[in-house]
Design a protein around this ligand. Structure first.
Ligand SMILES: Cc1cc2nc3c(=O)[nH]c(=O)nc-3n(C[C@H](O)[C@H](O)[C@H](O)COP(=O)(O)OP(=O)(O)OC[C@H]3O[C@@H](n4cnc5c(N)ncnc54)[C@H](O)[C@@H]3O)c2cc1C
Length: 454
């Protein structure tokens, strides 16, 4: 499993400590040289924290965040990937204890054959337990399961001033709520207890349904929410107000068998030239995608990995966007403001920019698990934009205005550029989070949106 160190270059800083260039998944921003610590054991972490300068450190998982929330430009990262041990599992309850560098992929490989699956999963399996807790990630089952943080029963958290702090519902519950969605700023998660979910096997009963308007999407969502554990839609971002897309819904199959041998997909060897991705090629791709999936309309039994992780089938697909990288725009807009959602999609369509990987979903009404959790009731959309300089940033800025006026929010895990004002509007309680920040922690994202220097 490769992290984002593949493209790194080594360099010396003024104080002679070697730094590495680390990119997040969007490969934008480019400027983040950082010194990287790579502890192999949890008992090495306290010394790292003790020796660090205030505001100098940030934990790092598999770098699948798109923007700068996993970066710490000019400072230091603690790469947690070698903290990847399984510490305990109760077969009767499905309670798993593992270190924070364990990836969701490793959990699936070991526990799915035993009949257990993740309670919530994002659209890639190549993320760490620490990373998904720190962003309190959501999945296709948000409407019935909430976020990943809702299934974390207990964590061990390394704090520079208090040692290893155990946090659960009865003990340090406020620190638990701060750490879930806490962007790595409250300390280094050493281990976590996660409630896995019983499933019959690796297959999914899935349905594919084309739709041709936002109203049709909303009807499908309402009709599916009680009957389907997982729902999500792909959208053609060039369609504008005459929105069209493909609605996917599914449940774990009860009796489709146990055996399944996952295929390893091809790998994109290098960044593609920027000209290959333009409004014509994306428009053509979207039209073809819509047509192919419209033809596949109906029910089928599919393996779990193509249902949950279609993008993982092309390794390093982020290189598709060329050397400049890309930004993902993920926002949520309250459903009482559907017009704002329509206006947002319309603006993207008329910009001629936008991607083939747009997804949208209605979030459920589960209360947020963390103080800074992003997922909340409303409609969320996530779209990739190739980085084309000022033009791209201006479009996003104009989308920000819609999100902010609608009372919506932007997702920090996908962000590289939101303004402090939009951050404040998205997370009005952020100041009550500040006392929980570990004095040794900071990030590029946090300094950018709050103006904090350490
Ligand atoms: C293809 C793809 C699909 C995605 N789909 C979704 C989706 O459906 N839903 C969704 O919510 N997100 C989604 N994401 C985003 C991704 O799930 C999150 O960004 C996730 O947090 C990345 O985990 P990571 O291990 O790579 O962590 P990183 O990106 O390395 O770090 C993320 C945050 O976790 C912190 N962190 C890492 N390890 C620790 C630790 N041990 N202790 C404390 N803090 C730590 C970091 O400081 C940082 O703030 C997707 C990303 C990709 C690339």
């Amino acid at each position: 499993m490769s992290g984002q160190f593949a493209t790194s270059r080594r360099k010396q800083t003024a104080n002679n400590s070697p730094t590495t260039r680390i990119l997040s998944w969007g490969r934008y921003p480019k400027t983040a040289h950082q010194h990287v610590h790579k502890p192999a054991w949890n008992d090495q972490v306290p010394e790292l924290l003790r020796a660090a300068a205030p505001g100098s450190l940030l934990p790092y998982g598999l770098g699948r965040s798109y923007g700068d929330s996993c970066l710490n430009a000019g400072r230091e990262l603690i790469d947690c990937r070698r903290l990847n041990r399984f510490l305990g599992f109760d077969e009767s309850t499905g309670m798993l204890r593992c270190e924070s560098g364990v990836s969701l992929s490793e959990i699936i490989d070991i526990f799915l054959p035993k009949g257990w699956f993740l309670p919530v999963t994002p659209g890639t399996r190549y993320v760490t337990v620490g990373g998904v807790i720190a962003n309190d990630v959501h999945g296709k089952n948000h409407h019935c399961a909430g976020t990943f943080g809702a299934h974390v029963r207990q964590i061990g958290l390394h704090r520079s001033n208090d040692g290893l702090v155990v946090c659960n519902a009865d003990c340090n519950s406020d620190m638990l709520a701060a750490t879930i969605g806490g962007l790595g700023l409250t300390g280094v998660i050493a281990w976590a207890d996660i409630q896995l979910k019983r499933v019959a096997g690796p297959w999914m009963d899935a349905e594919t349904i084309p739709f041709e308007s936002l109203a049709a999407f909303l009807d499908l969502t309402r009709e599916s929410n009680n009957r389907f554990e997982y729902t999500v839609a792909w959208l053609d971002c060039f369609a504008g107000k005459n929105l069209r897309g493909i609605f996917f819904r599914g449940n774990h199959a009860a009796d489709a068998g146990k055996t399944f041998h996952p295929k390893r997909g091809p790998k994109l060897p290098f960044a593609l030239p920027a000209w290959m991705l333009n409004s014509y090629s994306i428009r053509a791709f979207n039209a073809a995608y819509y047509k192919v999936h419209s033809l596949k309309k109906g029910a089928s039994v599919v393996p779990y990995d193509s249902f949950f992780y279609p993008l993982d089938s092309i390794r390093q697909w982020n290189l598709l966007y060329g050397k400049q990288g890309f930004l993902q725009y993920q926002c949520v807009i309250p459903e009482t403001n559907v017009e704002a959602f329509e206006e947002l999609l319309d603006r993207i369509a008329s910009s001629g920019m936008g991607s083939f990987l747009g997804v949208m979903k209605q979030f459920g009404s589960a209360p947020p698990a963390g103080m800074l959790s992003f997922a909340r009731p409303g409609l969320t959309v996530a779209l990739d934009f190739a980085m084309r300089g000022e033009r791209t940033l201006q479009l996003m800025h104009s989308l920000d205005e819609i999100v902010q006026h609608s009372g919506g929010a932007l997702y920090p895990a996908k962000d590289a550029r939101m303004s402090p004002a939009l951050f404040e509007a998205s997370f009005p309680r952020w100041r009550s989070f500040v006392p929980y920040i570990d004095p040794k922690m900071s990030s590029s994202f946090w300094r950018r949106v709050t103006g904090a220097q350490s």
